[in-house]
Ligand binder design. Structure first.
Ligand code: TXA
Ligand code: MG
Length: 329
């Protein structure tokens, strides 16, 4: 199969609609990461998504809708706090899990009675969703377990020959996947941390819990239990207070001919004073935005990524640390 990469315009939107309507998959930009979308009503199309990615079939997909789509046709029992959160943060990088009405294909939620809904803010994503006028089931557009894609080039690197069309909407500005929030209970619970932080949610909803997955537990969000976000080279991760150890390892590996790179924020890079650095940037938003592209750059040019966690670990960094620790284990 020939994979086209096209900028978003009337022609590429018309082609994407045709592909989606005949049960195919289209890669689309969002403000978090690129997604691989299919018609959520079409079971065969949804199953193809799992196949293309090599995704385990018990890890459910998020349904993406246009901001004017009538959500009450898809889910029910929407609590008051969820309406407040939707008003505050949508369109945006927040996915909300509700009780499903069972109108989309069962393959989307892998048999769960809930459905995850996301209204992306990316202008290209909104144009696409309006044009196709369907709910679109879309996981991140990477091969399962690999680093998520934040550019059309990243998608092409993973899925060339496996999808017909990649809509190129530029670099995803957010850089890590949406916050996944369980809205089926009396208070919201964060299932996956992201750019909309637990503190931001609690401010609007009054309170907000956080689900911490431990091995052996039943996963509320099945994605929690899988290996994720991993570059194709050796990796290791040090705490901020282990910087000396990380530098020692770097020097040792370099002395032995290993092409080692540091992966850290700008402040840590200044302190470490090593030559080869994948610099994630200055503040938490820059670090989130650059994380996946730097991991992909790292796997291309290095044998070993030595990651050092940022000193600041709250807010958006909770999501960054979650991805970083899964990528580097
Ligand atoms: O930012 C994002 O969320 C991106 C873009 C493309 O929108 N999508 C994304 O999809 O990250 P994916 O498939 O890589 O991750 C979806 C996460 C998984 O952890 C999955 O377990 C969880 O959402 N999820 C989906 N449906 C769920 C449900 N009904 N209940 C609980 N968790 C759910
Ligand atoms: Mg993913």
């Amino acid at each position: 199969m020939d994979t086209k990469v096209l900028k978003i315009d009337e022609n590429s939107l018309a082609l994407s609609k045709e592909i989606i309507e005949r049960g195919g998959a289209v890669a689309i930009p969002t403000e978090t990461v690129y997604g691989l979308g299919a018609n959520a009503f079409d079971t065969a199309a949804v199953e193809r998504i799992f196949e293309i990615k090599g995704r385990p079939n018990d890890n459910p997909l998020i349904v993406h809708i246009h901001k004017d789509y009538d959500i009450s046709t898809l889910v029910e029992d929407i609590p008051e706090y969820a309406k407040l959160l939707a008003r505050a943060f949508l369109p945006g990088p927040l996915t909300m899990v509700y009780k499903s009405k069972g109108t989309v294909s069962k393959a989307v939620s892998c048999g769960l009675n809930t459905l995850a809904i996301r209204i992306p803010a990316h202008e290209g994503a909104q144009r696409f969703l309006k044009f196709v006028n369907l709910p679109i089931a879309a996981p991140s557009a990477n091969v399962s377990k690999h680093v998520s894609p934040t550019t059309a080039e990243h998608v092409f690197a993973d899925l060339n020959g496996k999808v017909e069309l990649i809509l190129d909407g530029g670099k995803s500005v957010g850089g890590i996947e949406s916050t996944v929030l369980d809205c089926t209970g009396s208070t919201p619970v964060v299932l996956r941390s992201g750019l909309i932080t637990r503190e931001m949610i609690a401010k609007v909803a009054g309170e907000c819990g956080e689900y911490v997955y431990k091995d052996g537990m039943r996963a509320i969000s099945p994605g929690m239990k899988y290996k994720h976000y991993s570059p194709n080279c050796r990796t290791c991760l040090f705490n901020f207070d282990e910087l000396d150890k990380a530098v020692k390892l770097y020097n040792y590996e370099r002395a032995n001919g290993v092409n080692a790179y540091f992966l850290c924020d700008d402040e840590t890079a200044q302190k470490a004073k090593v030559e080869y650095v994948l610099n994630l940037g200055k503040d938490e938003n820059e670090v989130a935005a650059n994380l996946y592209s730097k991991l992909r750059e790292g796997e291309k040019k290095s044998d070993l990524i030595i990651a050092v966690a940022p000193e600041k670990q709250d807010g958006v960094m909770v999501g960054v640390m979650n991805r970083l620790s899964k990528a580097c284990r």
